[in-house]
Design a protein around this ligand. Structure first.
Ligand code: HMG
Ligand code: MG
Length: 302
């Protein structure tokens, strides 16, 4: 199969990237990050989560951030909503898309959202219904699609099972997430193929954390299956508070460099993206966790 000719990237840096930061990150810095991402050409940005502030304190400023961003036309702003309480709060801030987030692993579901997979689907169903009735798009995330920090390797059939449950409650598209970045290309392809039993390829995206340095290879493996939607995080920010030791998403800079080299259109300006990553990294007091950003910044300095 030929590779896709264009790719749509959702930058999840403001949410997945920053949710795990121990130091407080001011809402103004998050708002600036969103502004810089859209200026770099991102057309989808995952901004924040409406979860319990006791569980994820870093996202407690969700309303401040959502009401502070200057929305650009044609950009889709998404937020996480695990239950009706989260959805009701989110809806007041008018997201374009909400994300319900489940898992292919029972243990991870319990640790992350405090319920079983079956219970999570019961909680998501009214959220999905309410969102769609309000004209808000709905995405679903399937965590631990190849491996789980508590259960180890996850069978593709478990991923397919959750994809089927999400489809049945009206989730419009799904993310196959390698939460802890343990996947390798063939394993990731098997998880995606299981999902393709329920969703067509236009409605499946790849969400790869880069803990073991395999995320670019996994991205290529997903492209080989025709997948053209991906999530990544500027400057490689992030990690999940309930997946200890897992590092951030693959850096958006690295994905864009790969795609540029393959002649695949993303609509993203790599130089502006590097600036966005450098800016938030400086705010966090460290260097961008992206090989491409490091190379470009070194070249500029030299
Ligand atoms: P729970 O304790 O089972 O919920 O938490 P509950 O309904 O029993 O309520 C307990 C308390 O939480 C109550 O407050 C509720 O009001 C409050 P209290 O009476 O004790 O003061 N509460 C809420 N507050 C704000 N917003 C809400 C909300 N719901 C209840 N929406 C819950 C269940 C899901 C809320 C909790 O487990 C939680 O917040 N978990 C955080 C999950 C999370 O954000 N994880 C990280 C994101 S997922 C991720 O990173 C993976 C992804 O990137 C893909 C991948 O890489 O795999 C997407
Ligand atoms: Mg993630």
């Amino acid at each position: 199969m030929p590779l896709p000719t264009r790719v749509r990237i959702i930058d999840v840096g403001p949410r997945d990237g920053l949710q795990n930061e121990k130091q407080p990150v001011p809402a103004a810095a998050k708002i600036e990050l969103v502004a810089r991402l859209q200026a770099a050409g991102l057309r989808e940005i995952e901004v924040t989560s409406y979860v319990s502030p006791k569980w994820v304190p870093q996202m407690a400023d969700n309303h401040e951030v959502m009401s502070g961003i200057a929305r650009a036309p044609g950009v889709r702003y998404s937020v996480l909503t695990p239950n009706m309480k989260g959805f009701e709060a989110a809806a007041r801030d008018r997201p374009d898309e909400i994300l319900v987030f489940g898992a292919a692993s029972e243990a991870f579901s319990q640790k992350n959202i405090n319920c079983s997979i079956a219970e999570s689907i019961e909680r998501f169903a009214p959220v999905v219904q309410a969102a769609r009735a309000a004209g808000i798009a709905v995405r679903g995330s399937i965590s631990c699609s190849v491996g789980c920090p508590y259960e180890g390797e996850i069978a593709p059939a478990k991923v397919g099972h959750v994809a089927g449950l999400m489809k049945a409650i009206g989730v419009e598209r799904v993310d196959v997430a390698d939460t802890i970045g343990v996947g390798t290309p063939r394993k990731v392809q098997k998880a995606i193929e299981a999902t393709l039993g329920h969703y067509d390829v236009d409605h499946v995206s790849g969400h790869f954390h880069d803990t073991y340095g395999q995320a670019l290879a996994n991205t290529y493996a997903a492209l080989e299956l025709g997948v053209w939607n991906f999530q990544s995080s500027v400057a490689g920010l992030g990690g999940c508070p309930y997946a200890k030791g897992a590092t951030g998403n693959v850096a958006t800079e690295d994905v864009v460099y790969l795609l540029d080299g393959l002649g695949i259109d993303t609509g993203i300006d790599l130089n502006k993206l590097v600036d966005a990553g450098a800016c938030i990294s400086e705010q966090l007091g460290r260097k961008p966790n992206s090989r491409v950003a490091t190379a470009i910044l070194n070249k500029r300095a030299g």
